[in-house]
Design a protein around this ligand. Structure first.
Ligand SMILES: C[S@@+](CC[C@H](N)C(=O)[O-])C[C@H]1O[C@@H](n2cnc3c(N)ncnc32)[C@H](O)[C@@H]1O
Length: 282
């Protein structure tokens, strides 16, 4: 099988999903998001659709059913094992208009103007250079074609929000889950990549979590950052040990202040961003 040349960060992401590939389909959270993105991106019969970070193919298969025999869906991913799981479903679903490619979404080389839709569910936050990546995907769209991306809003996940606020006081700016931010910043990002008619829909999927679960964010971002937390990897070296103790206790105190009888409200505001490549009149 073709090997990808990935930097340490991306290899970390690929390894993470290789490990998750066996259990990935046991939750329907991602399926739900994929179906919603399909609904908002207005796909139809006969279209060519690119599914970025296709994983085990939830969105690709649903899109392939709509695109039908005249359409085609290509799913790309950097995790070979996620793709193995996806390929394993093709026969059972009796679909011959979908294929899966091992590729890094930030260095794809499809022909310009070749897709009606470029869709990306549960994956965009992993992109390292979001502006350049959007400009690349823009090229692949036909004029009038649409991009559809799902991402958590910057208000999502209380542990991350509080951590970001506390560390800001120490002069450290982090984007713990590498997301793209507010509705306004999404709008600007997509507009600067050339998209028009940008529509952003938001949905709240939040719930109450325990104080301990919220506090565990410190561990996953600061003490033992995952290999996939590039922007936070130097946190420990940026703070003295006294500052670290102080920051941790401020972080925990802020979370404790948010506790209610039901637990702590964990906002999971989800954004669906749809944009169109302008139709250039001859
Ligand atoms: C949370 S899963 C989402 C899978 C699928 N879109 C879904 O919603 O079920 C994220 C996927 O993005 C892939 N991914 C992350 N970075 C990528 C990149 N640079 N290029 C291609 N795939 C990437 C991961 O390997 C993983 O399979």
């Amino acid at each position: 099988m073709k090997q990808l040349e990935l930097n340490d960060y991306k290899q970390g992401v690929a390894d993470l999903y290789d490990r998750r590939s066996q259990s990935y389909d046991s939750s329907d959270w991602h399926v739900q998001i994929c179906h919603r993105l399909i609904e908002y991106s207005d796909i139809s019969y006969g279209q060519n659709i690119l599914d970025i970070g296709t994983g085990t193919g939830h969105l690709a298969f649903a899109a392939a059913q709509v695109a039908g025999t005249e359409g085609r869906v290509i799913g790309v991913d950097i995790s070979a094992r996620m793709l193995d799981t996806a390929r394993g479903k093709i026969e059972a679903l009796k679909l011959n208009n979908v294929e899966f490619l091992l590729a890094d979404a930030e260095v794809l080389d499809f022909a310009e103007n070749s897709f009606d839709r470029v869709l990306c569910a549960n994956t965009f936050p992993w992109m390292e250079d979001k502006e350049a990546t959007l400009r690349l995907w823009y090229k692949f769209l036909k004029p009038g074609g649409k991009i559809g991306i799902h991402t958590p809003a910057d208000t999502a996940y209380i542990g991350h929000v509080v951590l970001r606020k506390v560390l800001q006081r120490y002069g450290i700016t982090i984007e713990p889950s590498n997301r793209i931010g507010s509705i306004e910043s999404c709008q600007n990002l997509f507009a600067s990549a050339g998209f028009q008619a940008i529509e952003i829909k938001s949905e709240q999927h939040g719930n109450y979590i325990s104080l301990n679960k919220a506090k565990a964010t410190w561990q996953s971002i600061v003490t033992h950052p995952a290999p996939t937390a590039p922007k936070s990897e130097k946190l420990l070296s940026q703070l003295s040990s006294i500052q670290l103790i102080q920051a941790k206790s401020e972080f925990e105190a802020e979370l404790e202040a948010l506790q209610t009888e039901q637990g702590i409200w964990d906002d999971i505001m989800t954004l669906y961003i749809i944009g169109q490549k302008p139709i250039i009149k001859q």
